[in-house]
Design a protein around this ligand. Sequence first.
Ligand SMILES: Cc1cc2nc3c(=O)[nH]c(=O)nc-3n(C[C@H](O)[C@H](O)[C@H](O)COP(=O)(O)OP(=O)(O)OC[C@H]3O[C@@H](n4cnc5c(N)ncnc54)[C@H](O)[C@@H]3O)c2cc1C
Length: 396
Amino acid sequence: MNHHSDIIVIGAGPAGLAFACQFKNSDLRITVLEKAPLESIAHPAYDGREIALTHKSKEILQNLGVWQRFNPKEIYKLHEAKVYNGDFNYALHFKLPKDLKALSSIDRLGNLISNHNIRQALYDEVKELPNVTIITDTTVKSVQTSAQQAFVTLDNGDTYTSDLLVGADSRMSFVRRQLGIGADMNDFGRIVMVFRVSHPLSNEATAQECFLYGRTLALLPLHDNLTNCVITIDNTQADSLLSLSDEELAAEVQRMMSDKLGKITLAGTVHHYPLMGVHAKTFVSTRAALIGDSAVGMHPVTAHGFNLGLLSTETLSNLILNAHQKGDDIGSSSLLRRYNHTHQLHTRPLYHGTNAMVSLFTDDKKPMKMVRDVALRVSNHLPPLKRWIAGQLTGK
Ligand SMILES: Cc1cc2nc3c(=O)[nH]c(=O)nc-3n(C[C@H](O)[C@H](O)[C@H](O)COP(=O)(O)OP(=O)(O)OC[C@H]3O[C@@H](n4cnc5c(N)ncnc54)[C@H](O)[C@@H]3O)c2cc1C
């Protein structure tokens, strides 16, 4: 059986759902094809990720009516951030830039929201939209595009056609490969472990990125006495950390953070992910575009992944809505070229900058330790550089 819609989106992760949501006030018909079962999309489980959202991302989610769905008690304030090298003796310290404080009502660097809450709110918004159909439990067998239309075949023989195909199927994207789009890939040879801990001393709403030798530890403040720990570690040492009991892991984290928050207790399940960066060489092909992690999958250290994903949904949907309003083709090559150009300008510097920073801060040879110590001290004394980095963190 063949089904036609204006746009087919492959992947109902946060990027695919946010993109579908961008068409809430239009008459464009969107079909979202997702391989996972409905239950995992309609009621996403806690996955250990706390997503640091910039003010720009908040704005996008507010415009979509999604921000209003978050429980205010589960929007965690990110007040300040500190970066340490090796030990806790010296920090590069980021506060909210004075010009932002003065010019707007902004009172924080950013917000932290659990990934499953973001996915839940997006799904709840999208499921109400009459022009969006989500089909779960589907296996896409093939994807093809021509100058006239995009063509998707499922395992069960059903076919779907559209004017535009959008790949939102994560960093190892099937759509990207089917379209013949290459990607720069960077396997960091490490994993990232994420879990919540509770502690008696306040975290003062301050994020801390500690480049300890051999490991990195990021502390993301949730409530005063609740913090998300993000540990990155070499694959060769991962098993020894993953096999610790809850008490042993808590004691290890307490030691890694030099008792700064007092006695540590694990406050939830432990999750881990491979660390892999991916940047597609182009985000478009004939009648097709990539968004979210299928376009750019970032190392999480600079917390840009989903922020860039949201930006991709806004950039592409604005071009489509404009073209549709004028009666133009929503899958034209000129529209897609503009999307590619604009989004590449956003992503390339951040992708390569993040990877360079990861290399610098995870190389424990003595000269590198000294270089990054100097880098922290110089950055602390260069207000324009600090303002630029704070701008990247806040999205302003
Ligand atoms: C530990 C960690 C911390 C992070 N912290 C931050 C942060 O602080 N700030 C930030 O901005 N970002 C952060 N990120 C990144 C963020 O989580 C991702 O950028 C975001 O989840 C990507 O969303 P997505 O929808 O593109 O991909 P995904 O969430 O991977 O969703 C892809 C969807 O596509 C589906 N799919 C895959 N293949 C197919 C197929 N062939 N057919 C149909 N469906 C398919 C999948 O089932 C899934 O539902 C973090 C990531 C990690 C791992």
